[in-house]
Design a protein. Structure first.
Length: 131
């Protein structure tokens, strides 16, 4: 898939993503990846805040390669003040400020049917956990 076709696909999927997660945006990066930002994901009472913004990278080989992992605000914690499972403070590649990195992966990915919204739902499911 050409870069232009990939960007067209990402833009179309971003429109669908923004209907479910208003304000979702994407920014192309010099390395060919795209940084997607979802400004508000609701959280349960198990978290230190009621909502958080999240970001994830769309890889160069998308949609054949799926997004992997995501980042949230560096101070996001579980209510006891503990770090969530499978997290660490690390910057988004190419950025300098550490964020709360969630090592969280898609179990199954079909490049024909799965979209940015699919991955956002994976993030939403992870953040619905209280671990």
């Amino acid at each position: 898939m050409s870069v232009a076709a990939a960007m067209g696909l990402i833009e179309a999927q971003l429109d669908a993503l923004a209907t479910v997660f208003p304000g979702a945006s994407a920014a192309a990066r010099p390395d060919g990846t795209v940084l997607v930002t979802i400004p508000t994901i609701p959280l349960s009472a198990a978290w230190s805040v009621r909502t958080t913004a999240v970001q994830f990278l769309v890889p160069v080989a998308y949609p054949m390669a799926q997004p992997d992992c995501f980042w949230a605000a560096p101070d996001l914690r579980l209510v006891p003040g503990t770090m969530p499972m499978n997290t660490n403070l690390t910057p988004i590649p190419g950025e300098s400020a550490p964020q709360l990195w969630f090592s969280w992966h898609v179990a199954r990915w079909n490049p024909v049917t799965d979209t940015l919204l699919t991955f956002a739902r994976v993030i939403q499911a992870r953040l619905s956990c209280d671990k």
